[in-house]
Design a protein around this ligand. Structure first.
Ligand code: BDP
Length: 722
């Protein structure tokens, strides 16, 4: 290689310097940017009320220390070098650790009766303000600091400051589907965060920022590894590495969990069986768990995918899910761990509509699970489709704690290429009434334990974070990580509030910016559904990967095809899951069945999920189903075109780097939306044999073109599979 000339070298340095300036806003700081406040009146009111931070040095444990550091970092960023009032003071700590706080709380007669409940308030007297950040535990103080900083970042008034909150769900856990090779199942934001080679010696500084981001929204657990598990992670050489991560996350209140491969006693232990009732196997797991706790004293426990999609499990030995889960639960119980046993199960042998299997298996086992064995159920019965009705299992196991598993990663929602804010979709599930104990038994209340008084309540989310500089690839995708944490903490928060907070912290507080981005975000889930799988259509994606359309796909295992799910024919389209079909609908509570079994009454968003209806079926709008389908696909495409214009209007109002990335991705999203529409409509038209309504832009190509198209760069799909 030719050495670089001096001129070339200096040009290189200049370009590096420019790059580093530009990359000042690369998304790495997520929503914890703490940019200096420009609005003078807000800054002035903060400066005059926020005094110097007073933290008692006695018993300053690591959690309080990181809380104080975060507070200093946040305040110095937000308030800049402005002079703070020397009359005011800011007290931070717990009552037991800081006598000044104890005195104030006593005077006010304030007690805490909830775990990790924080309280942040201002006590103002003439020119002096005392702000107190406290709570029921050290961890609560850290949560209080983040709540206070959120308050300031979103420019809320400091006068009358009073923030009090406690988590509604105990375990708020990210599920990383990360392999030990650092590929990530179905994710697309780069490689796995966990740098196994360098652990335990080298702690990447970004591990700490990951923990800060998680703690800032109340996430308190992380499963490090893929549900399609590799037993090697249970080898001491890996446990040592896991321990280093656990040590790093501990001050932030984040416990580490692992996925347990059911056949690990064979693969790792050299046993010839993994039968959960075999005493030798039981001993192997007991010893293994004890070994893990030697390295990680606060280890959270295991997440298990068993007897599903080819994963090993207890059924091989004629045992059931409860036998398997209880064996692990018993091993973990003496150490305070839990097992999260996934309800996402389906056999290789297709016995019935896949929709029904989890319900059938787990309702039969209700009452058999130990208290620390939790059944973790996906939001819907098929598999994280763009929109699913809630899983019929929620509310159907009064004796078993059920966790809700959401997918933050957009496996079926355009990967990290498409803009899709998922809080509205999650809200639909949380708000859904299961009728388990009469009206009002929403999924949220089943999960938070209030319907059946369960302990170990758990909210899980399949993480979308990877080692991309901005963590999540698409800059807006980080809002889903944020929204997951906020809803796991408080499932009553609205999608609007969460979006508003996130935009203000991630971009800025200008109303035009906040309104424009919020409008796009709040519409986005519906838009993605509209141009991909509207009106209850599901599982019509291309073969192998889960990115583009493939409604014609009909090869191999029937319930992995598209035709199995849409059932289009000359008479109509949709999957009859009523009594005249598979009767998966019958698994819901009678009040729900009554409403949904009638195609005239069902929420049209789920129409084709449960009914096969004629192409001329009259929709609420008065249109025929065929026309409505066409118009919906078109609306999805048109919406994205509108976003391109709206986003363009933000040029110069947010930083150029993130603006450019979103703008570029919207162009791709628009092209993909057109592809979805054209592929699906030209295919479904072969059955409907009806013309497109006038306002539809007809497909650019014939059906063969779409069928023959093969995508070679697919997010979340390992390249070696091509
Ligand atoms: C499906 C994914 C597959 C996962 C599976 C699961 O396509 O890669 O392993 O879910 O949740 O959505 O176990």
């Amino acid at each position: 290689m030719k050495p670089l000339s001096l001129k070339a070298l200096s040009a290189l340095f200049i370009s590096l310097a420019i790059n580093s300036l530009v990359s000042a806003e690369d998304g790495y700081r997520l929503w914890l940017r703490y940019e200096s406040i420009q609005k003078q009146e807000i800054l002035d009111s903060y400066l005059s009320n926020i005094g110097t931070v007073d933290i008692a040095q006695k018993d300053l444990n690591p959690t309080l220390r990181v809380a104080a550091d975060e507070l200093q970092k946040g305040l110095s960023g937000l308030l800049g070098s402005g002079e703070r009032s020397n009359k005011s003071r800011l007290l931070i700590g717990t009552a037991s650790q800081n006598p000044k706080i104890a005195k104030i709380l006593e005077k006010q007669n304030t007690n805490f009766d909830q775990k990790d409940e924080y309280l942040v308030f201002a006590d103002s007297k003439s020119k002096q303000t005392t702000i107190v950040i406290t709570g029921s535990s050290d961890q609560a103080v850290l949560y209080g600091v983040f709540a206070f900083l959120r308050h300031l970042q979103t420019h809320q008034p400091i006068e009358g400051l009073s923030l009090r909150s406690a988590p509604r769900v105990e375990n708020r856990i990210l599920n990383h589907w990360d392999n030990l090779t650092r590929t990530i199942e179905r994710s697309m934001s780069g490689a796995s965060l966990w740098n196994w080679f360098d652990l335990p010696y080298y702690i990447e500084p970004y591990y700490i920022d990951y923990a800060r981001a998680c703690a800032s929204v109340g996430i308190n657990g992380t499963v490090l590894t893929n549900v399609n598990a590799n037993s090697t992670v249970l080898h001491p050489q890996f446990i040592e590495k896991v321990a280093a991560l656990a040590d790093t996350f501990r001050p932030y209140g984040i416990r580490v969990y692992l996925t347990a491969r059911f056949s690990a006693p064979i693969e790792l232990g050299g046993l010839d069986s993994a039968d959960p009732l075999d005493p030798v196997v039981i001993k192997w797991w007991n010893d293994k768990v004890a070994e893990i706790y030697e390295y990680v004293p606060d280890f959270g426990g295991f997440l298990v995918k068993a007897n599903s999609e080819g994963q090993p499990g207890p059924q091989k030995y004629g045992r059931d899910h409860a036998d398997g889960a209880n064996m692990l639960a018993d091993a973990l119980a003496p150490h305070g761990g839990i097992v999260m046993w996934r309800a996402f199960v389906y056999d290789f042998e297709i016995k019935e509509d896949r929709h029904k299997q989890a319900y059938t298996e787990f309702t039969n086992l209700d009452g058999r699970f130990r208290e620390n064995a939790i059944v973790q159920t996906k939001n819907g019965a098929i598999d994280f489709m763009p929109r699913e009705p809630y899983h019929p299992l929620f509310g159907a196991t009064p004796e078993t704690t059920q966790a809700l598993e959401l997918q933050i990663t957009q496996e079926y929602l355009g990967g990290d290429v498409h803009l899709a804010y998922l809080a509205p979709m999650w809200r639909e599930v949380l708000n859904a009434d299961t009728f388990a104990q009469g009206k009002g038994s929403t999924v949220a209340k089943v999960i938070d334990g209030s319907v059946f008084s369960h302990k170990n309540t758990t909210f899980a989310g399949v993480s979308n974070a990877g080692n991309e500089r901005n963590w999540t690839g698409h800059p807006i995708a980080a809002s889903n990580w944020y929204a997951f944490g906020r809803l796991a903490w408080d499932h009553t928060l609205s999608s609007e509030q969460i979006a508003d907070e996130w935009i203000r912290m991630t971009f800025n507080n200008q109303s035009e910016v906040v309104d424009t981005i919020a409008n796009i975000m709040l519409a986005s889930h519906q838009t993605v559904v509209d141009y991909s799988m509207p009106l209850g259509l599901h599982h019509i994606m291309a073969e192998g990967h889960h990115y583009g359309p493939g409604p014609w796909f009909d090869q191999g295992r029937p319930d992995w095809t598209s035709v199995y799910y849409h059932r289009a024919d000359e008479a109509g389209i949709g999957f009859d899951r009523t009594e005249s079909g598979t009767n998966a609908l019958g698994q819901y509570f009678p009040e729900r069945v009554a409403k949904w079994s009638d195609p005239e009454q069902i929420d049209e968003r789920y129409l084709l999920w449960f009914h096969h209806v004629s192409w001329d079926f009259e929709m609420d709008s008065g249109e025929t189903l065929w026309n409505e389908l066409c118009l919906t696909y078109q609306r999805g495409v048109n919406d994205v075109a509108k976003w391109i214009q709206e986003w363009d209007g933000l040029s110069g109002k947010i930083d150029a780097q993130r603006h450019a990335r979103v703008a570029a991705m919207l162009i791709r999203q628009h092209a993909d939306a057109i592809f979805w529409k054209d592929a699906c409509l030209s295919y479904f038209q072969t059955f409907s044999k009806r013309p497109y309504p006038k306002s539809i832009t007809p497909p650019e190509n014939d059906l063969e073109h779409y069928k023959n198209f093969k995508l070679y760069h697919v997010p979340g799909h390992p390249a070696e599979q091509w």
